[in-house]
Design a protein around this ligand. Sequence first.
Ligand code: GAP
Length: 459
Amino acid sequence: MTAADQPTETVTREVTLDEVVALSKRRGFIFQSSEIYGGLASTYDYGHYGVLLRNNVKGEWWRTVVQERDDVVALDAAILMHPRTWEASGHLEGFTDPLVQCLGECKKRWREDDLRERQPEGELKCPECGGDLSEPRRFNLMFETHMGPVQDDASTVYLRPETAQGIFVNFKNVLQFARKKPPFGIAQIGKAFRNEITPGNFIFRTREFEMMELEYFVPPGVAPEWHRRWMDERMRWFTDLGIRPDHIRLREHGPDELSHYSRATSDIEYLFPMGWSELEGIANRGDYDLTRHAEFSGEKLEYFDQQAGEAYVPHVIEPSVGVDRATLAFIVDAYDTDEIEGRERTVLRLHPRLAPVKAAVLPLVSKAGMPDRARAVYEELRRRVPAEYDEGGSIGRRYRRQDEIGTPWGVTVDGQTMEDDTVTLRDRDSLEQSRVPIAGLADELAARLERPWRSPKLD
Ligand code: GAP
């Protein structure tokens, strides 16, 4: 068991998106939505391990942005909001992309700004068939639906394209109950919808996705300083969770790129298989949102500073990241291959806290009382850490399966267990094996989960 599991060669090469898609499907992380009907374009469903991984991504965000801070409170606003929200926020008018359509053979639709990036010079042509393109038309990305039985203009509501507005319209409520004063933040995780013209690259850009957003309200004079602080915090979050520092960078938006609400934005970009792309946006939204909602609702959305004896509209710093996009970055960064005894192994070197399953309990063989003993160890262990039990197939195959879903520790019940109540603890990355008493196993794993972790891909 031990000798066969030593790496003979480590191949560090960059993963392709196809490999990530194949692994995600093979191991039940992510499936094409409505697959039996041929699939719905750019829409995905998460299977067991995908749900666990995503929950861990959300959990880690929540832990650092809310739980470990005194200055951030939680909110969960409805997806459907009063339609005036989107007039005030500027989304009805400004949340548009320039759409062009191929006038040649293929009739495909494209985002003009994307095409311009690919063809900086000359007249734009359809990248698919080389045909001429129509004049650009502003296309609003918000999904519309109707509330109640009558479908008319008065009943139109929108699926929110960002969770942020739910926070702004609740500013007064939160201020009243949370006993906070700026600088303080309101955090929310929730679904958002955008009728993207060109979704794609797996779960990178979809029409339905989940966001983790923080709106951090500060006195106006200190907004640039807090903007910088949140950039640093958010970069650290990704690298603490194992993203390689040379695969992540900050990029400041040029004036022509800024969203309608933004005074300054920096993107955290990740080196995805298709190149450097936005992973998270960190914007200085100024007083745009609170001022607009105050104007449209007639409510005062200000903070009264007792000491200075005056009211002011706080400015907002907003770190905003997609759960699905972050999950993709973590999978891509963790994906690795090495060779054990001449056979290639695929392994997800996820940070243990992100790994869907922390420990797999495996009887070495399906006899000599080992399955019963292993099952008992598993039932005890799973009360403390997410664990899995597997007795089917050779031990090597079971390890390979756990390596592919990123399980950091294998717990093997073997002949010695039956004699001295110890198990073999196998490390996914180093493949080191140590003997641990069953009585101390849960504590050992809990302690390992608390320790700082460094990606072995950095060595
Ligand atoms: N409230 C700010 C805001 O919505 P954004 O840059 O449009 O800013 C923030 O979106 C983040 O949401 C992006 O950095 C990305 O991680 C994620 N995101 C945006 N559109 C997405 C889409 N169509 N599919 C998946 N994730 C998306």
